[in-house]
Design a protein around this ligand. Structure first.
Ligand code: FAD
Length: 163
């Protein structure tokens, strides 16, 4: 059983390591930094253990491999050592109006003329479900916005609920 935090509260950040385009980005995932995330992870692991060790699963399960019964600090240690991403990183150039926002509601980068961003980075927050479909919608919306700005009109009828 594999559980995941669908609405993590922890926030990581990307930083530039230098002024050149090929300078590597410094990635700080900062995962599980918010206590709420650890509380949710603890509850999720316990739920999986309960289900996996329940009568209903007994025909399918020969025994619990990990983490086994542990006290709270042991379980936190297990979670920190075994947690992985499920590859849904978003929101490093989020749409919005606050000081951390990078693009406006037309995907235009604040302060830079002629530049839009259309990918997972513009999501104001991570989506609860998988991220690929929203990226397709963002790309479609970008095509419409660019078409409209060049007098070509929207390519399709598309309503994007960015709230
Ligand atoms: C292993 C894995 C599994 C996943 N599984 C799922 C799943 O099952 N369902 C789901 O919904 N989501 C899944 N995701 C997440 C989903 O793939 C991403 O959220 C989504 O692809 C992000 O889209 P994007 O357009 O922001 O970035 P990307 O899809 O990463 O697109 C960025 C593009 O830019 C190109 N690029 C980068 N640098 C340059 C450059 N300098 N010049 C030109 N092009 C450049 C890259 O080659 C790439 O094609 C998965 C992700 C990973 C990594």
């Amino acid at each position: 059983m594999f559980n995941g935090l669908a609405q993590p509260k922890s926030r990581g950040r990307l930083r530039l390591s230098g002024p050149n385009i090929n300078d590597p980005i410094l990635i700080d995932p900062n995962s599980l930094s918010e206590p709420e995330d650890m509380a949710a992870a603890l509850a999720a692991v316990e739920l999986c253990r309960e289900l996996g060790n329940s009568e209903g699963f007994s025909p399918l399960v020969t025994g619990e491999t990990a983490p086994g019964a542990r006290d709270r600090s042991g379980m936190i240690d297990f979670i920190r050592r075994s947690a992985v991403t499920y590859w849904h990183q978003t929101s490093t150039a989020k749409m919005g109006r606050d000081s951390m926002s990078v693009v406006d509601n037309e995907l235009k980068v604040y302060g830079i003329e002629g530049l839009r961003i259309a990918d997972a980075s513009i999501m104001p927050r991570i989506t609860t479900g998988n991220t690929m479909a929203p990226c397709v919608v963002i790309g479609g919306r970008a095509a419409d916005l660019i078409g409209i700005s060049h007098g070509l009109g929207a390519q399709r009828e598309l309503v994007v609920p960015f709230v």
